[in-house]
Ligand binder design. Sequence first.
Ligand SMILES: Cc1cc2nc3c(=O)[nH]c(=O)nc-3n(C[C@H](O)[C@H](O)[C@H](O)COP(=O)(O)O)c2cc1C
Length: 174
Amino acid sequence: MIRVTYVSREAPGLTSDKLLALVSQCHRNNPDKGLTGMLLHGNGTFLQVLEGDDHVVDTLIGAIAADPRHIDMKIVRREPVTRRQFADWSMGFERVTDESLKGVSGLHDFGLLNFTPEFLSGHDDVVETLLERHRAPPLGSTHSRARCARQADRRAASRNYANAQRQRDDCTDP
Ligand SMILES: Cc1cc2nc3c(=O)[nH]c(=O)nc-3n(C[C@H](O)[C@H](O)[C@H](O)COP(=O)(O)O)c2cc1C
């Protein structure tokens, strides 16, 4: 199994409707292919992680590279893995906004204007921080706050992240 992370820039004319159609396409296709991952979009930029069997991921990455809905695709990481980090998601989706970034600790001076392929491809630590909160907790974790937060994250699949962040903040159990 491998995990591939890439960044790219949306093509001119990518409307919200086209973006939603793209997310639906991921949800339609990925379960049958055993693919999981996360797609972040904001400031005209995509950040996507895909995990699954090597040839399935590599084949899809080839198709995505040729997709006219985005340009300037750059793979930032391709790694063999033994365990999925986004097992809960056929393809999670987050709209990255200034508001959503406020809820992410550890980003320091990073703002929406930094959410670009150029910046992200040179800042592995920021990519990790942005993805971190969508990862499934380690196996065996039954921590109730973590469970509650994961449920809130699921609700965020096609919605504004700020809503999910508010719901996460309501997860007060120890
Ligand atoms: C940013 C971006 C992310 C994409 N992610 C996926 C994905 O996770 N799964 C997928 O099947 N297609 C994805 N696609 C679409 C593929 O490029 C391609 O259109 C699709 O796999 C074709 O399959 P279909 O015609 O059977 O739907 C993505 C495209 C873009 C531009």
